[in-house]
Design a protein around this ligand. Structure first.
Ligand SMILES: *Cc1c(COP(=O)(O)O)cnc(C)c1O
Length: 375
């Protein structure tokens, strides 16, 4: 069976974990955490990056730093993972879902402005499949209406928009290092902070409401409880695993791009004939091959394709059930305008196996099986 996902492993992970164990430093914010934070700051040109326990808790932190008051509204796509929404619900926001574009499956930037009210506080673009949202337009709308922008870049680590790393364009960016993402630490994530003024509050939030980070830097002589907070520090053991991956980030990226390109070339002839759709990557976007998906004609064709692939030893998956039609989405939000594409396009989408180290033979087997189905 060709798996849909296999967590990345490059070889040095256990050495680094052993180093952390032998240094008797396994809690948060040790050497490996610092190395990971600094690597991302440098590589992505970010003002500050803080490792977190997950992509979800990075979103939680961003939502809290936006200082949402009860009744404040947050604009986001409905075609996304629950984390994007639930973090803002936790912070007290009301959700306003906006339709997606059928080409990239990203929030339709042309439909955002109509959803803005005097309660709107934040826009949350989700860079689906590591392909950037139309950020120039979104940032201009945010500026005009004095809104904050939190990029859900969980899938967008190492992707770019007009030469800028995803996560560094809005006010905050959120990465995920879950085992299904391009770079992993088992469970983990990172918060990118793009304005210095949030740094101190972010450190306090992450350290259980204390100013311990300041204490460790020698800026205060004792640390104490200064505000509400939570525990968002990942263990050094997880950071050590991630450090091995970041050191090989280009290798992992190239490997995934290779697989993605094989799918693209192999399936393009049938896509050109109109049998199904393959992903669109706008010219200004450099993607990270997080995902390769195809879009069938409709839900029943997709269901048949998934079971056909399974019979041919290929695991494929679909997602997401649009949030606005999910029980919690109905409770915490509303869809603004007409659902032209969100439901319809989400029902067509199938994700093909994609992971670091997916071998050529398996990749060709997947392509062959897809072609056979559409014959
Ligand atoms: C994976 C993902 C998250 C959540 O990340 P975790 O690390 O699993 O908490 C949030 N948003 C999107 C779009 C994701 O794909």
């Amino acid at each position: 069976m060709i798996s849909f996902n296999c967590p990345p492993y490059v070889g040095k992970e256990l050495d680094y974990i052993k180093q952390a164990v032998e240094a008797h430093k396994i809690c948060g914010d040790g050497e490996f955490t610092k190395k990971c934070n600094e690597w991302m700051e440098k590589r992505f040109g970010a003002q500050k990056v803080l490792l977190t326990t997950s992509g979800t808790t990075a979103l939680d932190m961003a939502a809290l730093l936006c200082d949402i008051k009860p009744g404040d509204e947050v604009i986001l796509p409905s075609f996304t993972f629950s984390s994007t929404a639930t973090s803002f619900v936790l912070a007290g926001a009301t959700l306003v879902f906006v339709d997606i574009r059928p080409d990239t499956m990203n929030i339709d930037e042309r439909k955002i402005e109509a959803a803005i009210t005097d309660k709107t506080k934040v826009i949350v673009p989700v860079h689906y499949a590591g392909v950037a949202c139309e950020m120039d337009t979104i940032m201009a709308i945010a500026k005009k209406h004095n809104l904050l922008v939190v990029e859900d870049a969980a899938q967008g680590v190492m992707s770019e928009y007009k030469g800028r790393a995803l996560g560094t364009i809005g006010d905050f960016g959120c990465y995920s290092f879950h085992e299904t993402k391009n770079y992993s630490m088992g469970e983990g994530g990172a918060l990118v902070i793009n304005h210095e003024k949030y740094n101190e509050r972010a450190e306090i939030l992450r350290e259980k409401g204390t100013n311990r980070s300041k204490f460790f830097r020698g800026q205060v002589d004792k640390y104490t409880w200064v505000d509400f907070g939570d525990s968002y520090l990942p263990s050094e053991l997880n950071a050590a695993y991630l450090w091995a991956q970041l050191n090989e980030a280009d290798k992992i990226n190239l490997d995934r791009i290779g697989t993605w390109n094989k799918y693209y070339e192999g399936l393009k002839p049938l896509a050109d004939k109109g049998l199904f759709e393959i992903p669109t990557v706008p010219e200004e976007c450099k993607h990270n091959a997080h995902m390769f998906y195809i879009k069938c004609r409709d839900l029943s064709e997709r269901t048949e394709l998934i079971s056909f692939l399974k019979e041919h030893n290929v695991n494929s998956v679909f997602h997401y059930i649009p949030l606005h039609s999910a029980p919690a989405g109905l409770k915490y939000g509303r869809f603004h305008g007409v659902d032209e594409y969100t439901t319809q396009e989400s029902e067509k989408l199938v994700r093909l196996p994609m992971y670091y180290g997916l071998n050529e033979v398996d990749c060709e087997q997947v392509i062959k099986s897809v072609i056979e189905f559409f014959k």
